[in-house]
Design a protein around this ligand. Sequence first.
Ligand SMILES: Nc1ncnc2c1ncn2[C@@H]1O[C@H](COP(=O)(O)OP(=O)(O)OP(=O)(O)O)[C@@H](O)[C@H]1O
Ligand SMILES: [Mg+2]
Length: 423
Amino acid sequence: MSQSAPSIGIDFGTTNSSIALATPSGVQLLRFADDRVSSRSILYLEKSKRGILSSSGPTAIEHYLAAHRDGDHPGRLIQSLKSYLTSRTLTGTEVFGRHYQLEELISRILMDLRQRAEEQFGIPVRHATVGRPVRFVGAETDADDNFAVERLRAAFLRSGFTSVDFEFEPVGAAFSFQHRETQFDDETILIGDFGGGTSDFSVLKLSRNGQRQVLGTSGLPFAGDAFDARIVRKLVSPALGSESVQRGGKGIPAVPAWIYANLERWHYLSFLRTRNVLDILTTAQKRAMEPEKIASLQAIVDEDLGYQLHQAVQRTKTALSRHDSADFIFAGPDAGSVELRTAVTRTDFELWIASELTQIATAVDSLLAATSLAPSAIARVFLTGGTSFVPAVRAIFEARFPNRVVTGDEFTSVAQGLALAHQ
Ligand SMILES: Nc1ncnc2c1ncn2[C@@H]1O[C@H](COP(=O)(O)OP(=O)(O)OP(=O)(O)O)[C@@H](O)[C@H]1O
Ligand SMILES: [Mg+2]
């Protein structure tokens, strides 16, 4: 692409998406409602007189909550679609009796983003550099990653793009870091990009004259979503009876464990709203030592409060990034339906995610070993992505690279760097 042509970078994230435009005069970010620079990668399908309508981002959430408030049977709110790209068994999902392919669902989000970008940037948006994780969620081999990339490409082509180039997300973040730093030597840097679905790393050699060389990349198929799942398992599910037993002293669980497993992925919760599950919960309450906890679970399932529950989990997690302790507070929209309040400390949370933290530390050490670099050879570390706010994640890097860790542009560095990459 020529030096003067505008270049678009798209970070279609598991949780949030952002778009940047690079021109010779600088980088511009696509704006969303309330002047936000990223938009939730979320889709809502609802039934209307004109057929099935879709909306994405904040509009999707608004429509969903409005239907909920009005007591209408809400449509389907779908998120973390990127995490399913490697699955060969999950080709799509059935909504209102129609089968939607995963590529089609993703393309509806991308179509909205593309149109918004065309309106705001005032140029046709037909080509873009698109981020991809080093390792997609669920990928065990390179073939799985390639399969996911081709599905993502198909979704882009379906949404009106004529071509897309893929670039590793942490490499995109590195370009953005190189662009924003004014004081720059020839140096080797390490990037850690911690999102909702994946944790990605890259080591690059950057030169003062703007050149860069990727020395190595690696990735883990989990990030913030996995931390949320831990909070559900250790805090939310026990408050809803996961450790409760039946009366009679034999230690038999009051509610089968598979029901709680569905709580850990909040968008599965709506699948629990079946006669069978509601019958199980009604019977369980009669037999349980702590029937009030099961009654709360039943209310959450019956009122389809998965989204609201997940938001409460996110609020607790975010509060624990700033404070040593926080309250998990969840109240159903209807007065008197369900109310949960539990205190949690950052130390508890760090114990719950200990295995993920160890895997992150090991991945960093292995990447250094693979690139034959000692920690002292890394001049600076750039951490980005929403999950890089978690103090225990930052601590892994502070311990290895003291006083060399820089953070920033958590939700936009990848898109900015992707736009700059092929300019
Ligand atoms: N202050 C915070 N403390 C802890 N976690 C946070 C904070 N802010 C956001 N997060 C988490 O960051 C994640 C989203 O980050 P980000 O937008 O970078 O991900 P993404 O790019 O959509 O995902 P991916 O890169 O995996 O595809 C979510 O799990 C969110 O809960
Ligand atoms: Mg990301």
